[in-house]
Design a protein around this ligand. Structure first.
Ligand code: ADP
Length: 410
């Protein structure tokens, strides 16, 4: 149980941490990409302005100044293009040339493809009369930009994985440390229940014996006193059963597995059916048994008998006379399935999750039997879990219930 809580805690901790790291990584990537983009745009604009300053406007035509060396201005993977005011290309220089037509309204143009290219368009305006005489378009291949981003992605991804591994390890240690006090106080509580139940055994036995003694001499006590002693004896019986149940619940997970034997579930159930046949007949209940395959498993015979006793007793107790109680064993792959099905009072849908809780009992007015303590199914579930199995239930009010025990076969 604690192992499961520990795993769940660790998992939720890692999920929250991974989501936070993911959000952080996305934020860093977005901010980094934006700032890198701005840097490129600023750089290209500066180059464009430089190139625009080096043109002359002569006789209605744009001319690059003779002493201007574009290669001094642009680097590898960059290019310069000059356009007239109508957007016709006049000349171009460099690599990473953009093939898209000039769009003066769009300052930044991006050409996708194998090698993406970004371009910035700068208008050329004459100094003397502020007239637009053309455009310079500076472009740069984004290869380097993509490489930088790829490096960033690897860095962030690697960082996240390493952080998650490290926080997973520290999470294991932390959850272990956090659960330890809870675990030990739970164990102490269990030990207390076990000790208290154990200590109650002898005084209860003494009360029972003392209550039964006067009943052996009915002539010496009146019928009223006999009734009282009978009531004391039966209440003591009920309390003894309750303390035994509590003791068993407190100890179920302590049963050593090296005491387990290879068992045949069919013979356990056949014995049980023989034992409960008279009770079923007295109530005119048809108690049936169906076996498919060889139901062998490793387990503790006493505990498993207890598990199925509880289910069969419940089925008989909560089924009115002339009903049917059917026990079926089935093997599916490596699992054994035992169904205990009845045509009894059924369990309301809102109560179905509660039946395995300790001391939980349905509304007594609907119960046919009032001798139970509400621990039977909790014990059955604990025994099934101790054997690596589980009990589930399906039920319909007024129609019947079906308890299914799944146990690993051997
Ligand atoms: P109890 O000692 O009361 O039988 P259990 O833990 O065995 O305690 O069962 C808990 C409650 O679940 C019962 O009080 C009853 O209301 C309900 N229940 C258990 N088995 C059946 C069944 N076969 N049909 C209807 N109700 C059932």
């Amino acid at each position: 149980m604690f192992q499961r809580i520990r795993y769940r805690l660790l998992l939720s901790y890692l999920v929250v941490f991974a989501s936070l790291l993911g959000i952080f990584a996305i934020a860093v990537r977005v901010a980094f990409t934006r700032s890198l983009n701005e840097q490129i745009t600023d750089k290209l604009t500066a180059i464009g302005k430089g190139a625009a300053a080096n043109v002359e406007f002569e006789k209605g035509r744009l001319k690059i100044e003779s002493d201007f060396r574009p290669q001094n201005l642009i680097a590898d993977r960059q290019a310069l293009q000059w356009f007239d005011p109508q957007g016709n290309l006049i000349t171009q220089q460099g690599q990473a040339i953009l093939n898209l037509p000039l769009l003066p309204s769009q300052i930044i143009q991006i050409q996708t493809g194998k090698v993406p290219i970004q371009a910035v368009t700068v208008p050329i305006i004459t100094n003397d009369n502020n007239q637009l005489v053309g455009y310079v378009r500076v472009s740069q291949s984004l290869e380097e930009f993509d490489e930088t981003l790829e490096k960033l992605d690897w860095g962030l991804g690697g960082g996240i994985i390493i952080t998650l591994v490290l926080s997973g390890i520290s999470g294991i240690l932390l959850t272990h440390q956090a659960m330890q006090p809870i675990e030990s106080s739970f164990q102490r509580l269990k030990q207390f229940t076990a000790d208290a139940s154990h200590e109650l055994r002898s005084p209860l036995m003494a009360i029972k014996i003392n209550a039964l003694v006067p009943l052996e001499y009915p002539d010496e006590i009146g019928p009223k006193d006999a009734e009282k002693f009978q009531a004391i004896a039966s209440a003591t019986n009920q309390m003894t059963r309750l303390t035994e149940d509590l003791l068993l619940l407190a100890r179920t997970d302590k049963i050593p597995t090296h005491n387990w034997n290879t068992l045949n579930l069919a013979s356990i159930l056949e014995n049980l059916i023989q034992l409960y046949q008279p009770q079923a007949e007295a109530k005119q209940i048809n108690l049936k048994f169906q076996l498919i395959g060889n139901p062998q498993l490793m387990g503790d015979a006493v505990q498993l008998t207890r598990l199925f006793t509880n289910l069969v007793e419940n089925a008989l107790n909560y089924t009115p006379s002339k009903g049917i109680v059917e026990i079926k064993i089935n093997r599916v792959g490596s699992q054994l399935y035992v169904n205990v099905q009845d045509t009894g009072v059924g369990i309301a849908p809102e109560h179905i999750d509660k039946v395995f809780e300790r001391f939980w009992r349905a509304d007594r007015s609907r119960s046919y039997w009032s001798g139970g303590s509400g621990l039977g199914l909790a014990i059955a579930q604990a025994i099934a879990q101790n054997h690596g199995g589980l009990i589930s239930v399906t039920s319909q009010l007024g129609v019947g219930s079906c308890f299914t025990v799944r146990l690993p076969a051997s």
